[in-house]
Write a protein that binds this ligand. Structure first.
Ligand SMILES: NC(=O)c1ccc[n+]([C@@H]2O[C@H](COP(=O)([O-])OP(=O)(O)OC[C@H]3O[C@@H](n4cnc5c(N)ncnc54)[C@H](O)[C@@H]3O)[C@@H](O)[C@H]2O)c1
Length: 345
C-alpha cells in the first residue's frame, strides 16, 4: 500500500486476526525475526511499563512495546498490551490490547488489530523454536498454567516434539485445568499424546523433559530437585523458577539480553541486579554468578542445538519485533483475504 492510500486506518478484530493467522506459519516468522535480531537488523527499545492498582484493588499494567525490522522493506509498529489480575474472576480475559503498524516512510499508523492472539501466537512460536533446538526426544511435556498462552503453546509445540507421549498440565485453578483438558483432549489423543491434569505443580514438573511455565506468578516455586537433569525449561512467564535453577543450569539462553537485564521485576533482571547473572560480554561479578550463554537467534544463525549436557533455561522475554512482524504478515494475509474494515481518519 502506498503512503498516499493510508488516509484510512485498517482495523482487524480478533476473529479476522484468527482467520488470517491460519494462513501463516508463525514459527517460520519467529525464526526469521530471531535471526534478523541476531544480525543486528532490528530496533527493540525497552518496553514502556505503566503499573497501577485498580479501584477494586487489583494489580493492573499497560505495556507499550515498539519495534522496527530494518531492511529493504522495513516493518515498524508497536504492541500495547494491558492486563488486570482481577479480570479472570470478572469473566473477561486477563490481557487485552492492540497492535499498530506504522508506515515506514510517513510514520503514520496505517493498521490496528487485536493484539492478544498475535501476542500468544508469537510467544508460542518462539517457544516452538526453542524446543526445536533440542536434539533429544521429549517424551513428557508439562504446562504450568492453562490460560491463553497454554492454548497457543498446545497448538504449536505438540507438532514439534517428536516422540511426545504425555502432556501434563497444572493450574492453581482446577476448573481452568479441566477446561483445558476438555478443549484439547481429542486433539492430543489423535496425536498419540496422553493429556493429564496434575494435582500439584511439582507432579507436573517431575519427569518432564520440557517444562513450560505459563502462569501469572511473581515469585519462584520450581526448584532444581523437581527437574530432570537434562530438562529444557522454556520460562515464558519469567518468574516461576527459583534463582538456584538458573544458577545451576548448564545453559541459559534469552531472546534479548538488554530487555531481560533492564527489567527490574522478573527473575533474571533481579538476578542481574543482585550480581547473580551477567551477559555475554560483561565482566563476571564477584561471587557465584551465571553467565548468559547466548540468544536463540545466535544459536539459529550458528545452526547449533541447545546444550543438553545439563539443564537448559530458555528465558524469552518477548520482543516487540515478533508482534510487529507477525502483525505485518497478518495484515498482508487479511488484505488478500478481504478481511477487516477501513476506518476514516
Ligand atoms: N515471555 C513472553 O514473551 C510472554 C508473552 C506473553 C505472555 N507472557 C506471560 O505468560 C503468562 C501467561 O499468560 P496468559 O495470557 O496465558 O495468562 P492467562 O491469565 O490467560 O492464564 C494464566 C493461567 O495461569 C494460572 N496460574 C496463575 N498462577 C498459577 C500458579 N501459581 N500455578 C499454576 N497456575 C497458575 C491461572 O489460573 C491461569 O489459568 C503471563 O505471565 C504473561 O505475562 C509472556
Amino acid at each position: 500500500m502506498s503512503p498516499q492510500a493510508r488516509s484510512e486506518l485498517f482495523y482487524l478484530p480478533r476473529a479476522d486476526v484468527a482467520r488470517a493467522l491460519s494462513h501463516i506459519d508463525p514459527v517460520a516468522v519467529a525464526t526469521d525475526v530471531l535471526k534478523a535480531h541476531a544480525r543486528g537488523e532490528t530496533d527493540v527499545p525497552d518496553e514502556g511499563y505503566l503499573g497501577w492498582t485498580t479501584p477494586q484493588g487489583h494489580s493492573a499494567r499497560s505495556l507499550n512495546m515498539p519495534g522496527l525490522i530494518r531492511g529493504l522493506e522495513p516493518v515498524a509498529g508497536t504492541k500495547i498490551i494491558n492486563a488486570s489480575l482481577g479480570n479472570t474472576a470478572r469473566g473477561v480475559p486477563r490481557a487485552d490490547g492492540l497492535t499498530f503498524l506504522f508506515d515506514p516512510e510517513t510514520a503514520h499508523p496505517y493498521a490496528m488489530m487485536d493484539a492478544a492472539l498475535i501476542s500468544a501466537t508469537r510467544t508460542a512460536a518462539v517457544s516452538a523454536v526453542a524446543v526445536g533446538l533440542r536434539t533429544r526426544p521429549a517424551h513428557r511435556l508439562a504446562f504450568l498454567g492453562c490460560g491463553a498462552q497454554a492454548d497457543a503453546h498446545f497448538g504449536l509445540l505438540l507438532p514439534r516434539l517428536a516422540g511426545l507421549t504425555e502432556l501434563t498440565v497444572y493450574d492453581r485453578d482446577p476448573a481452568g485445568a479441566d477446561a483445558f483438558l476438555a478443549r484439547h483432549r481429542t486433539t492430543a489423543e489423535a496425536a498419540g499424546v496422553r493429556l493429564t491434569v496434575a494435582g500439584a505443580a511439582e507432579d507436573a514438573v517431575r519427569g518432564s523433559d520440557v517444562v513450560v511455565p505459563l502462569t501469572t506468578v511473581t515469585e519462584g516455586y520450581i526448584r532444581s530437585d523437581w527437574l530432570l537433569p537434562t530438562a529444557t525449561v522454556v520460562h515464558v512467564s519469567l518468574d516461576d523458577l527459583v534463582a538456584e535453577v538458573v544458577l545451576g543450569a548448564a545453559q541459559v539462553v534469552v531472546d534479548d539480553w538488554q530487555l531481560v537485564r533492564t527489567d527490574p521485576r522478573r527473575l533474571l533482571g533481579r538476578m542481574y541486579r543482585e550480581g547473580l547473572l551477567y551477559g555475554q560480554d560483561e565482566p563476571a561479578p564477584p561471587g557465584p554468578a551465571k553467565q548468559v550463554d547466548g540468544t536463540l537467534g545466535e544459536l539459529l544463525l550458528k545452526q547449533e542445538p541447545l546444550d543438553e549436557s545439563g539443564l537448559t533455561v530458555v528465558n524469552p522475554f518477548g520482543m516487540s519485533v515478533q508482534d510487529v512482524a507477525l502483525a505485518h504478515r497478518v495484515f498482508t494475509a487479511a488484505t488478500e483475504l478481504g478481511l477487516g474494515s477501513r476506518l476514516p481518519r
